[in-house]
Design a protein around this ligand. Sequence first.
Ligand code: PLP
Length: 230
Amino acid sequence: MMDSICEKYNDVLAKIKTACGKAGRNPNEVMLVAVSKTVGVEEISKAIECGCIHFGENRVQDLLLKKAIFRDKAHFHMIGHLQTNKVRSIIGKTELIHSVDSMRLLEEIQHRAAAAGIVQDILIQVDVSGEETKFGASYEEMQEMITANEKNENVRIKGLMTMAPYTEDPEKVRWVFRKLKALQVDTRTKTFYNTNMEYTSMGMSNDFEVAVEEGADIVRVGSAIFHETH
Ligand SMILES: *Cc1c(COP(=O)(O)O)cnc(C)c1O
């Protein structure tokens, strides 16, 4: 029988708790972002009824539509690749942009946030594995962005995000999570204006337990909540 969204959501929470237990962490420190990019209003409503408040979207248009419907009942995170020409429409409409992976995008966010008179929270997406050629800043680019952001009064860097390469065996990508955590900890020891390395956003349906064991502060889980049955 197909489990309900509520059962699956609670199952993910239970697994986060178990992973925290293994790592000696407090489960309250882990934020679960339910990735709702493939589902509609009905599924999101069900998740909200079970207590979920953070949702992740990878398209600007979908995020804006859903945000307009749910307003203050839910927070929407932008987790997908963001084109510079879409920045203007999303500024101030999202809790956190997880996917800032270039200087150009960073500067556009500063420009549009300043025009809107707000401060936008972001994460830098880092390509830790070097295998994912698509998106993500290199280590050097990450450092350049953090330094450049010292002059950006309207952008607050709140941490780092990564996507591990897909694998059947999450143990194979444990090192990716460990490395992102090390980058966060390392950067936290230095002081930069407009940067506060609070979060690592890492771990998806197939690998979030390993990510939590390695110190994930935010996990982005979609199919395990909205699709998979077990
Ligand atoms: C789709 C997506 C997720 C969630 O993936 P699942 O495997 O469905 O949990 C997480 N992060 C990003 C950036 C995504 O695009």
